[in-house]
Ligand binder design. Structure first.
Ligand code: IPE
Ligand code: IPE
Ligand code: MG
Length: 238
């Protein structure tokens, strides 16, 4: 891989957008775009493994995406199950550990079962951690975090005076992972769409007009190289 190992982001998060437009441009039904998108996921996971990225979070289905036509939602859930079922041996072979964030209990039972199966089967892997954001909403996550904090106070585990940024982070879905260093969004949209609102406060953003199914390993390397040229200041004078 051409990208140098220096300045490689530890955690990349991706808003995989543009599947529908990709399909539309070819006169195909939207689901064909999602299928092509699954192929791009494979390539991206492989690329992150090669670049020695430690965490890759993929926005696969938002809390708002439930409002799409029922046929599309069902097709997406089926595709998720198929992807996990078929790719688990490859994830194991590539030493990838699968994790998931979001309101996972909103997913159909069969999707939850397959998801937990793959999570269990890859739990011992020590390479890339691949985190799927499913039925994920950043605002919902913050609300769930507040509820979790309140419970901890009620149980007497913590005192309200102890609440700070670090402690609150420990009550989010992402408590086990560092914040993303680089956020990539495909298809040119300049918005977060409710993705990782808390965690992206100092994340570098990279937006490409490419539609997600067209996003290749080369595009990933280009994003990582651009990241390597950025100067992160965190509000201070350097
Ligand atoms: C992203 O592609 C995939 C999901 C949101 C599940 P879209 O389906 O949003 O594609 P566009 O934005 O309509 O092109
Ligand atoms: C964000 O894309 C969600 C995922 C990629 C899963 P959307 O297509 O749902 O976002 P909007 O509607 O363009 O904001
Ligand atoms: Mg979209």
């Amino acid at each position: 891989m051409p990208a140098s190992s220096k300045n490689v982001p530890r955690h990349i998060a991706i808003i995989m957008d543009g599947n529908g437009r990709w399909a539309k441009g070819r006169g195909l039904p939207r689901i064909k775009g999602h299928e092509a998108g699954a192929q791009a996921v494979r390539e991206c996971v492989e690329g992150c493994g090669e670049l020695k990225v430690e965490y890759l979070t993929l926005y696969a289905f938002s809390a708002e995406n439930w409002q799409r036509p029922k046929t599309e939602v069902i097709a997406l859930m089926r595709l998720l199950e198929k992807f996990l079922r078929e790719k688990t041996p490859e994830l194991i072979e590539k030493n990838v550990r699968l994790q998931a964030i979001g309101r996972l209990t909103d997913l159909p039972a069969s999707s939850q079962q397959q998801l937990h199966k793959t999570i269990e089967q890859t739990a011992g892997n020590t390479g890339l951690t691949l985190i799927l954001a499913l039925s994920y909403g950043g605002r919902l996550e913050i609300i769930d975090g507040i509820k979790s904090l309140l419970r901890a106070i009620e149980l007497g585990h913590i005192d309200r005076a102890m609440i700070d940024v670090e402690m609150f982070s420990k009550h989010l879905y992402t408590r086990y992972y560092p914040d993303p260093d680089l956020l990539i969004r495909t298809s040119g949209e300049m918005r977060l769409s409710n993705f990782l609102l808390w965690q992206t406060s100092y994340t570098e953003m990279y937006i490409t007009p490419k539609l997600w199914p067209d996003f290749t390993k080369k595009d990933l390397v280009a994003a990582v190289e651009e990241f390597g040229r950025r100067q992160r200041r965190y509000g201070v004078v350097l």
